[in-house]
Design a protein around this ligand. Structure first.
Ligand code: MRU
Length: 331
């Protein structure tokens, strides 16, 4: 299958596949200033929790090369998007590494390779949860190679199932308002040669009721110690619909997404994004001028609606306080 690499480091410069331009254009942006890297995260040229973590780590390398105060640069980079655990984690790790390592950039290719290996292990653990041939799996947002270093998490589970010969049907939501599903996930499935059917977010309930969906799998931006999971807005609604229809609802994420310092979902900060992402698309208004919009980028799915959380260490099942802690310790 064709591999997608959204982040490339030349040794002195960061090259990002601009995700605001996909699927129509494949444009690479070249970045040699950490402030520009932070802006690329805020503007979602690169997005997806693991991918913004990797970008933040390279941004720290760029700041070090400029002889900027590492702490100041770190605060600016960490503030680029607040919900995903990966951003602050990457910055803190780079601050620690910088104390001991004269060339902190040299450790990052290894970390990226580890991320890919972790995703492949998530795929191995998760593929047995995929439905029988002919039955449907639904995914939300984009969790593939574009959102990680490579391979993906929830999309990686679907990919692993197909690579092992599973011939279940794949459905993906368009994921309003930013259309990660329509623009990015549909594109990735095409690159991988996996047939997938795009649905409007609002079609998911009817499809579950009609028996078209046998399970749902999504990624995560931050998982609290009790299993409450922050992910793309709309995930909570899908979990409630899955529960109502007796359909398993899975999360796929590396153990690094588990934030044991947060007891439950109420402690997760939810990013609010600009109104124009809802009132317009591609510069074209979709609502009357003057319309007020509310645009939370994520929501929290309570642990009671989650059947299992697939990590690289194990498939964690309720009670999550216990199973997640064991997976984190084992990883
Ligand atoms: O706003 P985004 O596109 O960065 O949101 C992405 C998601 O919610 C993903 O599901 C999550 O980051 C996991 S990506 C492997």
């Amino acid at each position: 299958m064709k591999e997608i690499r959204p982040i490339n480091w030349t040794g002195s410069r960061l090259e990002l596949l601009d995700q605001t331009r996909l699927p129509h254009e494949q444009v690479t942006v070249n970045i040699s200033d950490y402030r520009v890297a932070a802006a690329a995260i805020t503007d979602m040229r690169v997005r997806g929790a693991p991918a913004i973590g990797v970008t933040a780590a390279y941004a720290m390398v760029l700041a070090a090369a400029e002889l900027q105060s590492r702490e100041r640069a770190g605060s600016q980079i960490a503030a680029a998007r607040p919900t995903a655990v990966n951003l602050g984690w990457a910055v803190r790790r780079m601050l620690r590494v910088a104390e001991a390592e004269p060339d902190p950039g040299s450790i990052l290719p290894k970390l990226e390779a580890e991320d890919e290996e972790i995703n492949r292990r998530i795929g191995e653990h998760g593929r047995v949860l995929m439905p029988q041939d002919g039955e449907g799996v639904l995914t939300h947002c984009n969790t593939g190679a574009l959102a990680t270093s490579a391979f993906g998490t929830a999309l990686g589970v679907i990919r692993a199932g197909w690579e092992k010969g599973g011939r279940f049907r794949v459905y993906n939501t368009e994921t309003r308002p930013w259309l990660q599903g329509a623009r990015l996930t549909s594109w990735e499935f095409q690159q991988l040669g996996i047939p997938a059917t795009l649905i409007a977010d609002s079609a998911a309930g009817m499809m579950m009721l009609n028996g078209d969906i046998s399970c749902v799998i999504t990624g995560a931006d931050r998982i609290a110690a009790n299993g409450d999971t922050a992910n793309k807005i709309g995930t909570y609604a899908l979990s409630v619909l899955a529960h109502e229809n007796g359909i398993p609802f899975y999360i796929a994420a590396p153990t690094s997404t588990v934030d044991l310092s947060v007891t439950d979902g109420s402690g997760i900060k939810i990013e609010e994004r600009p109104q124009h992402e809802v009132t317009a698309y591609g510069g074209m208004p979709v609502a009357p001028s003057g319309t007020v919009a509310y645009n939370p980028a994520f929501d929290v799915t309570p642990n009671r609606y989650i059947t299992a959380i697939v990590t690289e260490a194990a498939v964690c099942r309720p009670p999550f306080d216990d199973s997640l802690r064991r997976a984190v310790d084992a990883a």
